[in-house]
Design a protein around this ligand. Structure first.
Ligand SMILES: C[S@@+](CC[C@H](N)C(=O)[O-])C[C@H]1O[C@@H](n2cnc3c(N)ncnc32)[C@H](O)[C@@H]1O
Length: 241
C-alpha cells in the first residue's frame, strides 16, 4: 500500500489529491506519502506534505500527471541535461525525475518561494537525493538566481496556473529562463476562464504544443488537465543563436 500517512490514495493516484484552492482554516497535520506513480518508480518517493507554508505543501493532480508522463516517456532522454522545476511545492515532479530518470551527474533544481524551501530540502533528504537534486528559491517575475543554470535544457512546471495575479510573473520567468534549446513541460488543470486566457497569452509569446503521445491523455483530459511543451518562438531562437 502506497500511503504511509493520513491522506487517501487509492489505485488512481493521479486524481485522489486534495486540491483545495482556498486557505484551509484547520490545516491538516503534516504527513508523509509514499508514491510509486503506479509502479513506475521501483523505490517509491517519500514525500512530506505540510500546508503550513502554503498550497505547494500538498500534492497536486497535474504534478502526478506530469511525473508519470516524464517517467514513461523521458526515462532516458534527460541524461546530462540541465533541469529546473518551477513552483515545485514539495518537489514532487523534480524528485520523481531525479529518482526515476537517467539524468547523469547534474542535479535537478527544484525551486519555489522562500517558505517552501525547508519542505523541498526535507523531501530531498528523505529520499537520499542530495547528490542529484538541489532546492533553490526562484520567485517568478524576479531576476533569476545565480545558483540555477542559465537557460536550462529542461524546465518543469506543474499546476503553476492557479493564481491569476501571478500569471504575468510566470510568463516573465519563462521568458527569462527559456533559451534556444530549452523545452518546458507544462501541465496544469484548467479551472477558470482566466486559465484559458493564460494559455492564449503564452501562445503569443512562445511556441506551445499540446503533448499528443501520452497514452494517459484521454483519461486526464476528462479532468481538464492539459499537458504542453513550451519553447521559445523560432524567431527568438534565431536571434539568441
Ligand atoms: C499549486 S502549487 C503546485 C505545486 C507542485 N508543482 C505540484 O504539482 O504538486 C503551485 C506552486 O507555485 C508556487 N508559486 C506561486 N507563486 C509563485 C511565485 N510568484 N514564484 C515562485 N513560485 C510560486 C507556490 O508556492 C506553489 O508551491
Amino acid at each position: 500500500m502506497e500511503n504511509t500517512g493520513s491522506s487517501p490514495i487509492d489505485s488512481n493516484e493521479s486524481f485522489n489529491i486534495n486540491e483545495s484552492l482556498v486557505p484551509v482554516r484547520d490545516l491538516k497535520a503534516a504527513s508523509q506519502r509514499s508514491i510509486s506513480f503506479d509502479g513506475l518508480l521501483q523505490s517509491p518517493l517519500i514525500l512530506q506534505e505540510d500546508l503550513k507554508e502554503g498550497c505547494g505543501g500538498q500534492l497536486w493532480p497535474a504534478g502526478m500527471v506530469l511525473s508519470k508522463y516524464l517517467l514513461r516517456q523521458h526515462r532516458s532522454s534527460f541524461i546530462n541535461k540541465t533541469i529546473v522545476e518551477l513552483g515545485a511545492g514539495g518537489g514532487l515532479v523534480g524528485l520523481a525525475v531525479a529518482s526515476g530518470c537517467h539524468i547523469g551527474s547534474q542535479p535537478v533544481y527544484i525551486t519555489d518561494q522562500t517558505p517552501m524551501l525547508p519542505l523541498m530540502e526535507t523531501n530531498i533528504k528523505l529520499n537520499g537525493l542530495s547528490s542529484i537534486a538541489a532546492a533553490a528559491v526562484l520567485n517568478w517575475g524576479e531576476p533569476l538566481p545565480d545558483c540555477i543554470p542559465k537557460h536550462p535544457t529542461i524546465v518543469l512546471a506543474a499546476d503553476c496556473v492557479y493564481f491569476e495575479p501571478a500569471f504575468p510573473l510566470l510568463l516573465s520567468t519563462l521568458n527569462d529562463l527559456l533559451g534556444p534549446e530549452s523545452v518546458c513541460y507544462f501541465c496544469f488543470k484548467k479551472r477558470r476562464r482566466a486559465d484559458i486566457r493564460f494559455m492564449k497569452q503564452a501562445k503569443k509569446l512562445f511556441d506551445v504544443d499540446e503533448i499528443q503521445n501520452d497514452p494517459d491523455a484521454e483519461f486526464y483530459r476528462r479532468e481538464n488537465i492539459c499537458l504542453y511543451t513550451i519553447r521559445p518562438k523560432l524567431e527568438r531562437k534565431r536571434a539568441q543563436n
